[in-house]
Write a protein that binds this ligand. Structure first.
Ligand code: SAM
Length: 261
């Protein structure tokens, strides 16, 4: 039976062998290393990864692909027939760090990357293909249009590197937009926060309405008095997109003190 690509599962399969090789090369896989591939599809990238003699676990949601993958790879891969977002990741962790290499289905990019951020210490490196616009947001510099919540969140946990751009004709069927490779390496020194939830709430609110000044956005969670007090130290007529991570941390530390009183 002919395989029908499902748009709902982001099934754009790579057909350009050069791109496949380039991705594996960037991943710098060494023999016996633990590697995860999310969504092997018809196994093009899988085949390339196996050339590096790694210990490969592939997570695939689409049952129509299982016979093909089993025929092609047998026990050369550990095929997990599950939705990666529903997998108990801890079950697959050990003392050994894992590398992730994947052409991610677009639909799961954010929740997937947020989960990797939760478990950074279990990963050595993450090389993933995402929509170009998402890669630009993840790797954005402060003060640019792409800079926002996703930038801060990813750069808080990872050193981020933009890999390269891939045009739609490298896939079958071709997607409507460009894709990019992004490389995430867990940060060695992460900022220490007493209350991460509070910090991310501040970031969230700061970007709620990108065009508005911080003092306007902050009205949602702070009293007038708290905002006035903060204004003595910080220029809240600026927009969230002009604040660096360090400035958000200073703001958070100050607010945290204000809120504790
Ligand atoms: N790796 C292949 C390639 O590069 O040609 C296929 C990549 S395709 C963009 C995404 C793959 O992820 C598809 O095989 C799709 O079935 C699978 N997939 C989609 N959602 C998934 C999920 N939640 N968990 C695991 N796999 C998923």
């Amino acid at each position: 039976m002919k395989f029908r690509h499902k748009k709902s599962l982001g099934q754009h399969f790579l057909k350009d062998a050069n791109i496949v090789r380039k991705i594996a090369k960037i991943a710098e896989i060494f023999p016996n290393e633990k590697v995860w591939e999310i969504g092997p599809g018809s196994g093009v990238l899988t085949e390339e990864l196996l050339k590096h003699d790694c210990d490969l676990t592939c997570f695939e949601i689409d049952k129509n692909l299982y016979p093909l993958l089993e025929d092609k790879f047998g026990d050369k891969i550990n095929l997990v027939k599950q939705d990666i977002l529903k997998v108990d990741w801890q079950k697959y962790f050990s003392d050994e760090k894992i590398k992730i290499v994947a052409n991610l289905p677009y639909q799961i990019t954010s929740p997937f990357l947020f989960t990797t951020a939760k478990y950074t210490k279990n990963f050595s490196k993450i090389v993933v293909m995402v929509q170009k616009e998402v890669a630009e947001r993840i790797s954005a510099k402060v003060g640019t249009k792409s800079y926002g919540k996703l930038t801060l969140k990813m750069q808080f946990y990872f050193d981020v590197e933009y890999g390269f751009t891939i045009k739609p004709n490298a896939f079958y069927p071709p997607p409507k937009i460009d894709s990019s490779i992004i490389i995430l390496t867990p940060r060695k020194e992460m900022p220490k926060l007493q209350n991460e939830e509070k910090f991310w709430q501040i970031v969230e609110v700061a970007f709620k309405n990108r065009r508005k000044m911080l003092r306007r956005n902050f009205r949602e969670i702070f009293t007038k008095e708290e905002i006035e007090k903060l204004s003595e130290k910080f220029d809240l007529t600026r927009r969230g997109e002009t604040f660096t991570e360090m400035e958000f941390i200073e703001l958070y530390e100050d607010i945290y003190k204000v809120a504790k009183k």
